[in-house]
Every structure is written in C-alpha cells, then in structure tokens.
Design a binder for this molecule. Structure first.
Ligand SMILES: [Fe+2]
Length: 233
C-alpha cells in the first residue's frame, strides 16, 4: 500500500541536527524500513526554530551528502533529499523575505505552528508565503488543539491554497482518540494533500509498518484524498 505514497516528505533522519536521529546507524535503520515498505524517496526536513534549532542550508546539505554516501555504501535503493521544517516565527519570516528557504519541488515549504497557541497572524503569514511564490505545506494540522472547535479553519486554509500534511501515526492507536478523530475528519473531508512519517527515531516507522492492520483510514486516504506525495518522485 505504501508504494502508492512512494515519497515521504517529513522526517528528521539527518543525525544530530535537531531532536531527530542520534546516529548514522539509527538513520540507516529508519531509511531501510521505509524502503522495505515501498517508499522510493524521502525528503527529510530538519527543524528550524528560533532559539532551538538553527540549521542553515549549508549545514543541512553537508549532512545530507554524508547520509547519501552511507546509503550508497549500504546499497539502499532510495533517494534522499532535504528541505526543512520551519516553525512560523521571526527567523522564518526573515528567511522568507531573503528567499533563503529550503523547499521541495522548488515551491513547497513545510511549516509548523505552536501546538497550543493560535498565531493571530496565521492567515496573513500564509498569504505572505503565497505572495512570495511558495506553497505552504502545513505540517500535522491534526495536532493543533485550537482548531478542534473551529474545524472550518482547516477548510479556510485549504481554500486559500495551503496544503495540509497529515502525520500517518495520527491514524494509529499510539495517539489520543481526540487527535485520531481529527485526523479521520480531515480524510473524510478530503483535505489532505500530503502525508508524512515525521520520523525522529524508529518509533514512528514501527507504528506506520503496522498501520494497514490497524485502520481502514490509510487506504481511504490513498484512495479518496488529493495526495501529491507521488508527484515528487
Ligand atoms: Fe517534524
């Protein structure tokens, strides 16, 4: 089933750049798992967040090159590329205005928000990203609790051209029922353009491996939502 997704667009598999993989061995184990499932490309996305993770494009590309050497030594038949997961903060706005963002397919920018506090300028910021010629991809919309009672906001984002990226683990029993219900709502409403693993370690790959045994929503996502992952191959 995962061969229909083909490309993962959200992970933290470059060792020691952020809160993701802690070693080359751990990274290789994660990447091998996705290859075994049928994925043929991973666009990995180290964090950029002011005061927490400051990963320049040069640092990310340097780490990517090293990882790609390890992938070829271990003969894993998968393409690894890199972008970044940007927290919507002042650092991001500075990089946006300087056009110094790491994107995928030259236009998509992965954005994350505070899980608890709604950014009152959210829609203006998304509009500014679009005005700069990028397409914002909102990471794991199902995790932002302030949308739970205001589900029309998901539709508003979708209608303005923001792509929504679901975390696959949000369809599993590893998350709260409330979160899972929101993830299923987004699929029922056909609002999901991308899915991602958000792998920081082997935890998410193991949950994702078992997902077809656990839920029918994975198949529903692939069959009924306007998924774009495969177009990035
Ligand atoms: Fe992430």
């Amino acid at each position: 089933m995962f061969d229909k997704i083909l490309v993962d667009i959200h992970s933290h598999v470059l060792p020691n750049l952020d809160d993701g993989s802690k070693s080359l061995t751990e990274s290789l184990e994660i990447i091998k798992t996705f290859h075994k499932l049928g994925y043929r490309k991973m666009i990995t996305t180290p964090h950029n967040q002011q005061g927490w993770f400051n990963n320049s494009p040069e640092q990310i590309m340097d780490a990517l090159n090293k990882m790609n050497i390890a992938i070829s030594i271990h003969r894993i038949n998968i393409l690894l590329e890199a972008a970044s997961e940007y927290f919507l903060d002042d650092l991001f706005l500075e990089l946006l205005r300087k056009k110094k963002l790491l994107t995928f397919k030259n236009k998509y920018v992965l954005i994350e928000l505070s899980p608890f506090i709604l950014d009152k300028f959210l829609f203006q910021r998304m509009d500014e990203i679009l005005q700069h010629g990028y397409i914002p991809v909102l990471a794991h919309p199902e995790r932002y609790i302030y949308f739970y009672q205001r589900k029309e906001q998901f539709h508003k984002l979708h209608e303005m051209g923001v792509k929504l990226q679901l975390n696959l683990i949000s369809l599993s029993s590893a998350v709260s029922t409330e979160l899972r219900t929101i993830a299923e709502y987004l699929i029922d409403e056909k609002l999901i353009s991308f899915c991602g693993s958000d792998s920081h370690s082997m935890k998410n790959p193991k949950i994702i491996e078992n997902l077809p045994n656990e839920t029918t929503y994975l198949e529903k996502l692939i069959q009924t939502n306007p998924l774009l992952n495969h177009t990035l191959m």
